[in-house]
Design a protein around this ligand. Structure first.
Ligand SMILES: [Zn+2]
Length: 179
């Protein structure tokens, strides 16, 4: 199963040379909208915390898309990022997701950052920062830790307002529960 994200073509663009420009960041908005659509799907049937994620291959084709499945699967590891990465690995037929981009509506936790490293992914794009548990620059910066052999390009804040509002609305309607 494959989904194409129209009007996203970041192949060949590299931020390494001179930092990330707003235009470069905006190229990931269509993919973030796909991740947001996943996050919204998490809320209605099972009251999952609304986090969504997609994985893009080198050609910006979506090869994995998922929302948080922790309640549905009774699985503490079923974060949207992990489920999407597993889908992408099945699609590719191997564990190594070199050149791939993970797009997540919320800054990943330590577990998910570890999975990004383990999969040798090239890039993380996230929406809302997570000051309480974020491992891509907020509490920790696992993906750019020089002690690890693999480093990941990190682009934060893509559609951050919409991604964060979804979470705030969710928790405002429920008793706060620690993630
Ligand atoms: Zn996580």
């Amino acid at each position: 199963m494959r989904w194409t994200v129209p009007s996203t073509s970041f192949s060949g663009r590299e931020a390494a040379a001179g930092g990330v420009t707003p235009g470069y960041q905006a190229e990931f908005e269509p993919a973030m909208r796909a991740a947001l659509a996943e996050a919204i799907r998490a809320v209605s049937p099972r009251a999952e915390v609304p986090v969504g994620a997609v994985v893009l291959d080198r050609a910006a084709t979506i090869i994995g898309r998922a929302h948080n499945m922790r309640e549905a699967d009774a699985d503490p590891t079923a974060h949207a990022e992990i489920v999407a990465i597993r889908q992408a690995a099945r699609e590719i037929g191997g564990w190594r997701l070199a050149g791939c981009t993970l797009v997540a509506t919320l800054e990943p936790c330590t577990m998910c950052a570890g999975a990004i490293i383990a999969a040798r992914m090239e890039r993380l794009v996230y929406g809302a920062p997570d000051p309480g548990a974020g491992a891509a620059g907020s509490l920790w910066d696992v993906l750019r830790d020089r002690r690890l052999g693999h480093r990941v390009e990190v682009i934060g804040g893509v559609l951050a307002g919409e991604c964060g509002a979804l979470l705030r609305d969710f928790f405002a309607q429920r008793r706060p529960e620690r993630a």
